[in-house]
Design a protein around this ligand. Sequence first.
Ligand code: DOR
Ligand code: ZN
Length: 435
Amino acid sequence: MTERILIKNGRVMDPSANLDERLDILIEDGRVTEVSSDIKPQGDVETLDATGCIVTPGLIDCHVHLRESGRKGEAMETEKVKETIRSGTRAAAKGGFTTVLCEPNTTPPIDSWERVNELQERISSTSFVRTYVKVSMTVGMQGESVTDIEKLSVHPLVKALSEDGNPIVEEKLMYEVCRRAAKNNLPLSCHSEDSSFSLAKRSRKLGFRPREDFHNEPNFIARDILLAEASRAQIHISHVSMRESLEVIRRAKARNRTRVTCEVTPHHLLLDDSFRDPRGLRATVNPPLRSKEDNAALIEALKEGMIDVIASDHAPHREEDKRAGAPGFIGLETTLGLVLTKLVQPGIISLMHAIRMMSTTPSTIFHLKDGSLKKGARADVTIIDTGREWTVDTGGFESLSRNCPFEGWKLRGRSVAVIVGGRIIMRDGELIRCA
Ligand code: DOR
Ligand code: ZN
């Protein structure tokens, strides 16, 4: 049965059309078929009253770790499991996202056509939102031989190449990845951070000890951008955390030799290295939390429009692993509330700018063809109550992990409904069904 949905009385904010008006939206057969004032409900139609809410293109989180590799027989939702496609995408829908792009650093890594196909099965049977994958640059993420980029690039689920937190150290290998990525029109999604794994592995061969202070980020970014420029590959830099990295990216954008974009996370914007988790969980994350000066530089870059995307880097870890220093924070259920409360309400960025960085821009970077509410667009929609006050309580989260550094924060603004491909997935804050 085809679903017809009428969203009434919302303030429609669509960055792709520069639209900010009180309008109704009609959705039929999974697409937006009309956007105009006062559409009358006719026939069999489900009406969503969006009075007092904003209606935006479905939000996209282009940096999440869902932990599932798709491998048959993989342990499912037991005590030990940090996240699954199901739990992670339930968290995404609750957080207002209609699309996520997941990183390939699962066990085993997502590095082959077979692996992507197995994952696709899991996604189609358990995912609550649209889920795409980034595949690894090297086989097994071992930094030795390049994956079959030619073949992988035509898989409909594959949207980028990423070596996640283990950037390729060897320049010749990274150049080969760039060349083949460019030829196959697949964006590079680079962590460009220090990686104790990559550096330790290389340094054993080269006979030096890796630096432990994680201040190599701007060097890696510069190196990766130069190689991308030389091969005309599109490059997106994940979770920029240092002031000096911003300088490197700013210069590359000005040179305009290839498409260079970057993202920032809420935790690198809002927390600094003096942060201590009230529950005693370690505040370890890669890249690490930086200085207050770095926070300020990131905020300035955001205002200036230098940062293209806000992404969560949702990185679930079980409590015992976190206590032992596992790096990363969950973020799918807090990102929107944090952006609205800490960036939009104090006037640092406009609401339209925030929505653009969380929908239209990630869609164009990863060639998704979403991020729009124009007539004919695929009906992925997020409805947000910007006045809703709530307190972060990980006890009620959909994610299987609790490593959120914002526990207890009082926020204003949260998503109340999401529609994916013309189907209501979450309504009045309640999850209804898979996408
Ligand atoms: O903090 C992080 N955690 N950064 C990464 O790059 C990887 C991630 C993870 O997989 O836990
Ligand atoms: Zn990551």
